[in-house]
Design a protein around this ligand. Structure first.
Ligand code: NAD
Ligand code: MG
Length: 393
């Protein structure tokens, strides 16, 4: 029996890589549903190639375009429309695996639907966990869903931890070492980053990714979000996690043990490795990634992050320590600020200013429900948006 998979965010960088891995193992996996928001041409091609039962888009206009294109191509794929349809294809009885690869807060509800339905979830959408980690992990516990990290660092840590799901200290773990490439502006001062362009910010030296995560990698907010993500995934406190800058992106993260051992996962910087790992876990399958050639790489460097030049990392680590809905506020204001930067309304270094201002204007509360998380999220978005109106260029 082939396992049926829903890919939320199929047209994105993670989605495309997931389909690449799946296409190497059509004997093991079949595509149940694909979702996309903007690139309807790409979604059409993906539907023709992978024949999913459903394709989901958000707005009715995209739905009619997609329907027409698929009909013309003689495809049997049924087109569904709207955010509820995302949840439907994530929780459908016939689905075994859900790849959560929508970017940002928009991925939270459909990912939670997959969790509540007890699916095997391959989690790329880190923002979902940052926003609602407590509720999310509780839902995993209740439903018995299997949560596997796709984010390369978390996937690496997962691979370096002992199999049984006991606490970190019971496993003799002293520290998690989270790798960071340092992004395209590593080595620059905050002042030198004032006038960097959108094009420079999205040009990551080692990874090819969507625009939002590329900007997050450039500000180091991505590492901050990942610190929070790691706290939830591995039941760690922020003090148990160190960020290490490793510009070659070969050592994807490490786990330090009480006996002095440090276990690392290495590989070429290609997301198909963590995707294939999570997809096949606990087995191993070919991902299409070239074998690592250590002689070719020759050296691996490690340095401390520059917190002064990259304040987003400290803002995230403060939010992790503050707990409650501080990470949701951090994430929401960051999403708004990154979009404003991509729209060329604010400068690169103003992203941190927007997040900092929104966090300091917020009174944090423990979010007891999804509705409470969504309220914190939308309040922070409005605050950040109005602050941007005051500072925009
Ligand atoms: P991307 O921008 O390339 O793709 C995002 C996908 O989400 C697209 O399919 C898009 O259509 C869809 N989408 C966007 N807005 C939506 C909305 N409002 N409603 C429904 N769908 C929407 O992003 P990506 O680089 O593939 O990243 C996806 C997620 O994976 C992010 O959370 C990112 O942090 C995480 N991630 C990505 C990488 C990577 O290498 N790209 C690595 C680690 C983690
Ligand atoms: Mg990562």
């Amino acid at each position: 029996m082939r396992q049926k998979i829903t890919i939320l965010g199929a047209t994105g960088s993670i989605g495309v890589n997931t389909l690449d891995v799946i296409s190497r193992h059509t004997d093991k996996y079949s595509v149940f549903a694909l979702s996309g928001h903007q690139k309807i041409n790409l979604l059409t091609i993906q539907c023709i190639e992978h024949s999913p039962r459903y394709a989901v888009v958000i707005d009715p206009e995209s739905a009619s375009i997609l329907r027409a294109k698929l009909q013309e191509a003689g495809s049997d794929t049924e087109v569904l429309c709207g955010v509820d349809a995302l949840s439907d294809v994530s929780s459908h009885n016939d689905v075994d695996i859900v790849m959560a690869a929508i970017v940002g807060a928009a991925g939270l509800v459909p990912t939670l639907s997959a969790v509540n339905a007890g699916k095997k979830i391959l989690l790329a959408n880190k923002e979902a966990l940052v926003m609602a980690g407590g509720l999310f992990m509780q839902a995993v516990k209740v439903s018995g869903a299997v949560l596997l990290p796709v984010d390369s660092e978390h996937n690496a840590i997962f691979q370096c931890l002992p199999g049984a799901s006991q606490g970190l200290s019971e496993s003799g773990v002293v520290r998690l070492l989270l790798s960071a490439s340092g992004g395209p502006f590593r080595g620059l001062t905050a002042e030198q980053m004032i006038d960097v362009t959108v094009e420079q910010a999205v040009a990551h030296p080692n990874w090819s990714m969507g625009r939002k995560i590329s900007v997050d990698s450039a500000t180091l907010m991505n590492k901050g979000l990942e610190l929070i993500e790691a706290c939830w995934l591995f039941d760690a406190s922020p003090d148990q996690i160190d960020v290490i800058v490793h510009p070659q992106s070969i050592v994807h993260s490490l786990v330090q043990y009480a006996d002095g051992s440090v276990i690392a996962q290495l590989g070429n910087p290609d997301m198909r490795t963590p995707i294939a790992h999570a997809l096949a876990w606990p087995e191993r399958i070919d991902s299409g990634v070239a074998e690592l050639d250590l002689f070719d790489i020759a050296r691996l460097d490690f340095t401390r992050p520059d917190l002064e030049s990259f304040p987003c990392l400290s803002l995230a680590s403060d939010a992790a320590r503050a707990g409650m809905d501080a990470p949701a506020v951090l994430n929401a204001s960051n999403e708004i600020a990154v979009q404003a930067f991509l729209d060329r309304r604010i400068g690169f270094t103003q992203i941190a200013a927007v997040v900092k201002e929104t966090l300091s204007a917020s009174i944090f509360n423990e979010p007891e429900s999804l509705a409470a998380v969504q309220e914190s999220d939308s309040k922070a978005r409005s605050y950040a948006a109005s602050f941007i109106l005051k500072i925009e260029r």
